[in-house]
Ligand binder design. Structure first.
Ligand code: ZN
Length: 392
């Protein structure tokens, strides 16, 4: 047994007692997450929000460990092997994120879920560590991450409406942005967590804390994740990725060494993918300032120096203003983008509902039990419609 801790501002300590968890944290693939930022362009607005996928993944693991320690029903429902599957799945659920993930996925068509499973199942240190422990462990963790329903209880704990992943990132993102919401009462939520017929449900007296969690989530989308400036950073990064990709395809001769990205595009292998991270992309953007391609060099110079595009909010702009801006659309595709993003804090129509246990041992949907969630879920889809633009 190992006895290691990581200081963490949310939990005090992240505690590591299992050899396998210690080995996984020390693997090269997991250490790479230190070089992938959790929140992409959010630090352009909230300057402290530079925390990484590494700290979030440790946090999700720590919450999983606390669930096993504090929620007796879960502890009793899982055998030792399943507990290991749960802890490892929480730790590894984001290991396949690419540099500045969402823009990267969009342009290069490599999904982080697929890459996470490719890393866990493929030729990696992580795979060797898991296989040494148990030959089935890697495929069982991959099945949890891709929702194959082999371990429904663990899947619910790792990825659902209220899981260790979301609970960690919501609190962590709130903490590092300095947002005054998102500090949800995890202790109370865990105290209300039960297992019935192999499924997670919550005692009715923990519903106020779940309501608080959902409201916080909504506010985080409103004020942080969809903040126009952080979205603008992502839009401009997307433009750079797009230009970069098109120049590679057209055979353009870069001054910058872009061979690692070419390998990823051509081979799409785990090995090639793991060589690129935010540090690599930042280095390329720095170099792109001196490329002879005018568009790439201009976009890179702007992004590098935080000279972001202008934006107008379609909700509030007059028709005349919108018409004027839309004229820019024809100038250059790299300098104009209509950006619509929408997110619901409680996707009760898509994901399975949170279940509540009420007196009399009766199980009801959260929407039915909570008038706040009911009212809130009708209008809880936060939608942002903006146009980003710039004169060339
Ligand atoms: Zn995550």
């Amino acid at each position: 047994m190992v006895n290691k801790v990581f200081r963490d501002p949310l939990y005090g300590y992240v505690r590591v007692n299992d050899e396998i968890i210690d080995e996984l944290i020390n693997s090269t693939e997991f250490q790479r997450l230190r070089r992938i930022k959790q929140l992409c362009g959010v630090s352009m607005v909230f300057h402290m929000a530079d925390h990484t996928r590494f700290s979030h993944s440790l946090g999700a693991y720590e919450l999983a460990r606390e669930v096993l320690e504090k929620v007796i029903d879960v502890k009793n429902a899982l055998n030792d092997y399943e507990k290991t599957v749960f802890l490892c799945s929480a730790l590894l659920h984001d290991v396949g994120h690419g540099p500045y993930s969402h823009s990267f996925e969009k342009i290069f068509k490599i999904s982080h879920e697929t890459m996470t499973n490719n890393i866990i199942l493929g030729d990696s240190h992580i795979n060797k560590i898991l296989t040494k422990y148990n030959p089935n462990l890697a495929s069982d963790i991959a099945s949890v991450i891709s929702h194959k329903h082999k371990f429904p209880l663990i899947e619910q704990l790792v990825s659902s409406q209220l899981d260790v992943d979301r609970m960690d990132y919501l609190r962590r993102d709130a903490y590092f942005t300095g947002a005054q919401f998102g500090d949800i009462d995890i202790e109370k939520i865990l105290r209300g967590m039960l297992v019935k017929n192999g499924k997670i449900l919550f005692k009715y007296n923990s519903v106020p804390n779940i309501e608080d969690y959902l409201m916080s989530r909504y506010h985080m989308y409103y004020q942080v994740y969809f903040h126009p400036v952080s979205r603008c950073f992502e839009v401009m990064l997307e433009m750079i990725y797009q230009r970069w990709y098109e120049l590679i395809k057209s055979g353009y001769q870069f001054r910058t060494d872009v061979s690692l990205l070419i390998d990823v595009i051509d081979k799409k292998t785990v090995d090639a993918f793991l060589k690129i991270d935010d540090v690599y992309v930042n280095g390329c953007i720095q170099q792109f300032q001196y490329e002879k391609d005018r568009i790439l060099s201009d976009l890179a110079t702007r992004l590098f120096n935080r000279k972001l595009f202008n934006h107008i909010d379609l909700k509030y702009a007059s028709d005349e203003q919108v018409d004027e801006i839309k004229k820019l659309k024809n100038n250059d595709k790299y300098y104009y983008k209509e950006d619509v993003v929408a997110k619901s804090a409680y996707d009760y129509q898509i994901d399975e509902q949170i279940k509540v246990l009420i007196p009399g041992d009766k199980e009801v949907d959260l929407l039915e039990f909570s008038p706040i969630v009911k009212a809130f879920s009708r209008s809880s889809k936060y939608t942002s419609k903006l146009i980003y633009y710039s004169e060339i």
